[in-house]
Design a binder for this molecule. Structure first.
Ligand SMILES: Nc1ncnc2c1ncn2[C@@H]1O[C@H](COP(=O)(O)OP(=O)(O)OP(=O)(O)O)[C@@H](O)[C@H]1O
Length: 714
């Protein structure tokens, strides 16, 4: 027995030795006792099984036979399901969630072990709940290995007692043993009153209530009734008490076991079979032992009262039990308590209790923090979903607005071009060049200018005559480059909207065509001509629209000279080797800014054929054309827009005799520079086109044909 180890001598061996000396066969006695214990254990097991089947029904307890063997009992309860259901029947909600598992697999002894989840969920939950009720516990491992079913039985019977106690209408705190009434399930060991020896044995102190202890002795008047003592002992065995309580309870066990042992052995003995000597020895041993135990209990009582004050003994034992689970090292230390003085034990116990108490408070705080954190997380999740929902709504709104914006943009584009068309798809402006330095202003033939009308004084036989000409607008000699461009500017936007635009400069040599289209030699920001300003606007608009439409801009520059079309953006070698080219083959150079275009224009100007004339040392005898190709891709829809702008500087249209050009050059001038040619070109744009056989006209025709078809603006 465990208690023997805690005592300075082995009580059992003393008794057996005494009995052996008197010819008793201790072996047969032990066997008899073992059989009786086995019988008692089986009967308790049957009681436990019957009670379970009664509580959960035969179906609910189908895994548990009515009279199970120890193994059947263990396997039937192995899944923990029945135990949880039983507990929930007598204490609803004690185990909130019971993991269901197939019964058959649970009762197959050689079958696969239950899953860890089932094992720990059910059995652990059951044990936790049972511990709360103060019912004797067993180890979870008891269900996994044989030979430990007695603890499970005790637990079940403890539950039964608790159930009975509740059914009697009791409330408050249930104390194991303290509320139990003896019943038929507890076998009483009754000795014969006639036997002198047992009469003379001192009555066990544990058959009296122990004041302040959670285990109370049964006060049944039946002599030798060990019911409560045995349950108490079992309770002690099944719980992990430590230190002082372990010793105290082991002492109880030893003492009661000693009484039981002695009584059991001597029950059927006749007085003459027990010599006086043996009787006195046994009396002495029992007395000594009980005194020893009594002193231990007194000591522990005093310690308990001092250290815990109002603390309930039961809760103290529970806390001690909990502390043993929490800190195994402390248990080990307690086992060494024998060798320590009481003050030291007391100090250690208080310290241990304080630590456990602190740990319990910490755990409580942690649980609270966990709950708070969980609540915080749930709140944040909720807010997150709300925010996501709001963002989704906003994105939908934006998408809707964006599609509306594109519709409006398209509408605006159409309306804008309609306005441009209403202004006239072909517009003609007149600009009067100021007198050059050294020229007399009195020689001006301009009589007056009024809006779109210019009146010219014409010398005639009858004095000075007048003749008026109408234009879209007439710019006087004081007009600036900016004013001239302002009327052309709206057309630049049309190019980006996918329309073709052509800007011509037509006039006599030295009338200011190049000045208007490009600017003077010393170019400044103010003196920049239409070409530069148009390109500047073009790139400005592409930059402003880049989030909506992505534009690619490319440039071509050609010259029509001496019946040939030449590419001005290729090197001199290529130009000189070429005998002319068709316009689609002209170099198309991609540009990204106005500067790129200006560089190309400079190259083109350098390559352009220039011949000095009497009227203008920069006068050219060729037509030059700068073509800007624009391709836009709508970022949202992917739609492609294509437009182009021709900036044309025609050769001078002056009369040949004034230009002092003779011979070959005269011939060229007479064929190239006539108002008739311009009319021919413009006629290409008219519905009723004329077929011209002249070579130059044919070249111009082929050049502008592709670009001026559709809805051009000129
Ligand atoms: N509006 C103006 N203000 C001041 N000077 C001007 C203006 N227009 C032209 N000029 C000057 O007149 C001269 C001739 O102009 P420009 O070269 O532009 O004539 P053009 O018509 O292009 O001649 P060509 O037919 O030979 O090319 C230049 O010196 C130019 O600077």
């Amino acid at each position: 027995m465990a208690a023997d180890g805690a005592l300075p001598f082995s009580v059992t061996s003393v008794v057996e030795d005494v009995l052996q000396q008197h010819g008793n066969n201790s072996r047969s006695r032990n066997l008899d006792l073992d059989a009786r214990k086995a019988e008692e254990a089986a009967r308790r097991r049957y009681d436990a099984a019957a009670w379970i089947r009664k509580i959960v029904g035969i179906v609910g307890a189908k895994c548990l036979p009515a009279e199970p063997s120890e193994e059947e009992f263990r396997l039937g309860l192995r899944s923990g399901m029945i135990l949880c259901n039983v507990l929930n029947k007598i204490q609803p909600g004690a185990v909130p969630k019971v993991v269901e598992s197939p019964c058959d697999s649970a009762i197959t002894s050689d079958g696969p072990a239950l899953s860890a989840y089932q094992y720990f969920e059910n059995v652990r939950n059951f044990l936790v709940a049972v511990q709360e009720l103060g019912i004797p516990l067993f180890e979870a491992s008891d269900l996994e290995q044989g030979g430990k079913s007695s603890r499970i039985v005790n637990c079940v019977l403890g539950l039964k007692s608790y159930s009975d106690w509740k059914q009697e209408g009791n409330t408050g705190v249930w104390k194991f043993g303290g509320n139990i009434k003896s019943n038929a399930s507890v076998k009483q060991i009754v000795r014969k009153n006639s036997e002198p020896f047992t009469n003379s044995l001192p009555r066990s102190i544990y058959e009296k209530p122990i004041n302040g202890a959670c285990i109370e002795a049964e006060t049944n008047k039946t002599v030798g009734n060990l019911c409560l003592t045995e349950e108490s002992i079992t309770f002690i065995e099944n719980n992990e008490f430590s230190g002082r309580y372990i010793k105290q309870l082991f002492s109880l066990q030893s003492s009661s076991s000693l009484s039981m042992l002695v009584r059991a052995i001597l029950t059927d003995k006749k007085p003459e079979e027990v010599p006086n000597l043996v009787e006195s020895v046994l009396n002495k041993v029992v007395q000594e032992f009980e005194q020893h135990v009594a002193s231990k209990i007194e000591l522990s009582k005093a310690t308990t009262d001092d250290s815990t004050g109002s603390c309930d003994n039961k809760s103290l034992m529970r806390q001690t039990s909990a502390s043993a689970k929490v800190d195994q090292r402390n248990v080990t230390l307690e086992k060494k308590a024998d060798s320590l003085p009481d003050e030291e034990l007391e100090r250690r116990y208080v310290k241990h209790y304080t630590i456990v108490d602190q740990q319990q408070r910490d755990i409580k705080n942690l649980k609270q923090t966990l709950l708070t954190t969980k609540a915080g997380m749930q709140f944040m999740q909720m807010k997150f979903h709300e925010e996501m929902h709001n963002i989704g709504v906003h994105i939908n709104g934006l998408a809707h607005a964006a599609s509306g914006y594109h519709r409006v943009l398209e509408e605006n584009r159409k309306l804008y071009n309609q306005v441009q068309d209403l202004k006239g798809s072909i517009r003609v402006y007149c600009r009067v060049r100021p007198f050059l330095p050294g020229q007399s202003s009195s020689a001006s033939s301009v009589d007056h200018i009024e809006d779109g009308t210019i009146t010219i004084s014409i010398p005639s036989k009858n004095g000075r005559g007048r003749k008026s000409f109408n234009f879209n607008k007439v710019f006087g000699s004081c007009s600036t480059q900016g004013e001239v461009f302002s009327d052309t500017q709206p057309l630049i936007r049309s190019v980006l909207d996918g329309f073709n635009v052509c800007i011509f400069a037509y006039g006599q040599t030295g009338s200011g065509k190049t000045y208007t289209m490009t600017g003077p030699n010393n170019l400044t920001e103010q003196s920049q001509g239409v070409n530069y300003r148009a390109l500047g606007d073009l790139f400005l608009l592409t930059e402003q629209r880049k989030d909506i439409i992505h534009y690619d801009v490319s440039v071509q520059m050609i010259e029509i000279y001496n019946e040939q079309v030449r590419d001005l953006l290729v090197s001199d070698e290529i130009r000189s080797a070429s005998q002319g080219l068709t316009v689609p083959d002209a170099s198309l150079v991609r540009v990204a800014s106005t500067c790129d275009v200006i560089d190309l224009m400079n190259l083109g100007q350098k390559n352009r054929s220039v011949g000095a004339t009497a009227l203008n040392d920069r006068s050219s005898r060729s037509h030059s054309c700068l073509t800007v190709h624009v391709q836009g891709r709508d970022v949202a829809s992917g739609a492609i827009l294509r437009g182009c702008m021709h900036l044309v500087d025609l050769a001078g249209s002056e009369r040949v005799n004034k230009s002092e050009v003779t011979g070959d050059r005269l011939k060229r001038l007479s064929t190239l520079t006539s108002l008739f040619q311009l009319w021919v070109m413009l006629s290409l744009l008219l519905p009723k086109r004329m077929h011209m056989s002249h070579t130059v006209t044919a070249n111009l025709h082929s050049f502008f044909k592709t670009h001026l078809e559709g809805k051009p603006k000129l």
